[in-house]
Design a protein around this ligand. Sequence first.
Ligand code: BTN
Length: 268
Amino acid sequence: MSEPVPDDVVQALAATASRRGCFGEPLYFFTETPSTNDVAATLADRGAPEGATVFAWSQTAGRGRFGRTWFSPPGAGLYVSIVCRNGTAAPYVTLAGGVAVADAIRSATGLPVHIKWPNDVVVEGAAPARRRKLAGILAEASSGRDGLQYVILGFGINLRPAAYPPELSDRATSIEAELGRRADGAAVLAETLARFAEWVVQLSRGESRGLLSRWRELAPSAHGAAVEWDAPHGVVSGVSAGLADDGALLVRVQNRIERIISGELRWK
Ligand code: BTN
């Protein structure tokens, strides 16, 4: 079924073994697969443990938020999904994934990425319209009669430049395009798993303050940025006013505060 894990990934995982706990164990590698989230869900349905991880070099049916396609050509990115079974950490899995990916890119490559709510990992431009995305997070939960069974945390990281489709070309970028040099994808993967594991340890003790505080540091646009969204009665405009403790984005609209839980915002 899966293929031998590439040597550079084996080495990078060994270097982070003491920090990763169960994350990345076992690791299933595919040169190409339809969607790592789907493979991880199938494995979870068959009993795969917390931390089991699926990693691919390309996806033929990569999925993004709102049912969009996640562009996943060969040689351009890291496509990864993790089985998460810890019920206490579950409400924060998406935030923890975004923070882990952003901090892993920062520490493994030196690129000063930020987070844009809810969990896009971006490089800032001279203006919000010039901001470009280089990683995204998709968490998908499965529940049964006894409640939550597992969450699959999927993340896609653009490592190398690619021929993005026209609708993405002015909004997407990659780590190497921004750095202007090669980056170590195996190190980014291993560091992401280690950082995610560290957050899950804290969350499973009921401690979410550290995660929320790191998310806020990484997301300057969560404060004071002009945003708008489509509501049933028309377009609503406001100014971002921080992250609530449950992950909602607060937006000041005239003299009231709205809570944005999901949906799509436009950043002006
Ligand atoms: C987004 O829209 O920003 C989320 C993108 C998530 C893409 C990743 S790539 C690995 C995993 N498998 C998928 O099919 N999607 C996620």
